[in-house]
Design a protein around this ligand. Structure first.
Ligand code: NAD
Length: 406
């Protein structure tokens, strides 16, 4: 099982495209594997989930296997049910068996959960409940969401080329606190007999401190700029957030800290996204802003994420959902899940070479013009999820150097 609290490493690569560039080697916050480096054998829990989840996980598993094999890594894969698939089979969205397999592995790779079929279920029986439960049980408090515009896909962005080109930002979202978990919460009836719903935005110092430390360390390895996003003009929890982030900044004099209100941040992401390097924010603002940032890149199907805690396995997943509208039609873009597998190798297992091999293969496949429908443009080659997977595998095998790909 994954253990110690040190290695979220950013190693120097030699890319000409900065999506994958990390500037030096240094611990961030978590996710080092227990197996010694010489052992190089890992247990990975695969959670395909619902909709397009199984399609994209199947591609990512093959890519992981091949890249691992070529770099001398062995895996034991454990596939378990989650979300709607688990509900149908066991009556709960996150079976104990799934949770225990996840906790006992070195890393967890998740597809997506949810679908029309379960939309009207009670909250505790919704597939999405499994995600919140899994994140909470794995104690993964830092969610890393890179949003970088691939040079090959810059025209897929809805923003003007001049605005989108060169965007390379990382949203560090607090994942286990705030309004999504705060109590009290619920429904009640007021004195007029009207029903109301309520939630609580709540952050304790230690929750802010640990995500701030993680974000400063990430910013330090990127371009040294950290923007903390809050709503400190209105919310007490945000006032504390700003106070703690400012205090912790004293320990990182090499990082330039700025603060921004969330409404302004939402505007600035569209107006001038290149101004951002690393953004740190709370759970709900991070949820919204990282989805907004993802649209700058042109497709939700390109974006991976990593969720890391102080110890134990990290959770790696594409940011997109289960896309029920295209499920089972071989139309899903598997790149986001394949890139999540690369993040798993880098941040979860400290297997930098295999991670690079996969990332280079993604760039190479894009360079060769292969596209799924969501990123297709005239002059490129439209392929399905399976064929795109095969093309990625060919590039993994030929191990193109990163410098040669873009
Ligand atoms: P979605 O991300 O599933 O889909 C939004 C749009 O993007 C759809 O048109 C879809 O076809 C497209 N899309 C998404 N991923 C794609 C891919 N890899 N390749 C090509 N096209 C892709 O979001 P949604 O429609 O709001 O949600 C659908 C279901 O997924 C809901 O049940 C929702 O709760 C769930 N969901 C799950 C997660 C998760 O598992 N992490 C995240 C978001 C939504």
């Amino acid at each position: 099982m994954a253990a110690s609290l040190q290695l979220l490493q950013f190693k120097p690569l030699k890319p000409s495209f900065s999506f994958f560039s990390r500037r030096s080697v240094s611990p961030i916050c978590s996710a080092a594997p227990t197996p010694s480096k010489s052992q190089r054998s890992y247990t990975i829990t695969l959670l395909p989930g619902d909709g397009i989840g199984p399609e994209v996980i199947s591609v990512a598993k093959d890519v992981l296997l091949l890249a691992g094999h070529l770099e001398g890594i062995k895996y034991e894969f454990r596939e378990r049910l989650i979300g709607g698939a688990a509900l149908d089979a066991t009556g709960v969205p996150l079976p104990d068996e799934t949770l225990s397999a996840a906790k006992q592995s070195d890393a967890v790779l998740l597809g997506a959960v949810g679908g029309y079929k379960w939309d009207n279920n009670d909250k505790h029986l919704k597939p999405e409940t499994a995600l919140l439960g899994l994140r909470q049980e794995l104690k993964v408090f830092a969610n890393l969401r890179p949003a970088s515009v691939f040079p090959q896909l810059v025209d897929a962005s809805t923003l003007k080329r001049a605005v989108a080109e060169g965007v390379d930002l990382m949203v560090v979202r607090e994942l286990t606190g705030g309004i999504y978990f705060g109590k009290p919460r619920g429904f009640d009836t007021n004195e007029d007999g009207e029903e109301f719903g309520f939630n609580t935005e709540i952050y304790a110092e230690h929750e802010i401190d640990r995500i701030a430390h993680a974000a400063f360390k990430i910013a330090r390895k990127r371009r040294g700029k950290l923007c903390s996003v809050d709503k400190a003009n209105v919310l007490e929890a945000s006032i504390l957030w700003r106070r703690r982030v400012s205090a912790i900044a004293q320990e990182y004099p090499d990082v330039e800290l700025s603060h921004m209100y969330v409404d302004n941040a939402a505007m600035q992401l569209i107006r001038n996204p290149k101004q951002f390097d690393t953004i740190v924010t709370n759970n709900i603002f991070g949820d919204i802003l990282s989805d907004e940032a993802s649209m700058i890149t042109g497709s939700i199907g390109m974006l991976p994420s990593a969720s890391l805690g102080a110890s134990g396995p990290g959770l790696f997943e594409p940011i997109h959902g289960s896309a029920p509208d295209i499920a089972g039609q071989d139309k899903a873009n598997p790149f986001a899940t394949v890139l999540s597998a690369a993040m798993l190798l880098r941040y979860g297992l400290d297997e930098e070479k295999a991670a690079q091999r996969i990332e280079n293969a993604v760039l190479d496949t894009l360079n060769k013009g292969f596209r799924t429908g969501d990123i297709y443009s005239t002059g490129t080659k439209l392929v399905g999820c399976k064929q795109l997977g095969e093309e990625i595998m060919k590039s993994v095998e030929s191990n193109v150097p990163s410098g040669a790909t873009v």
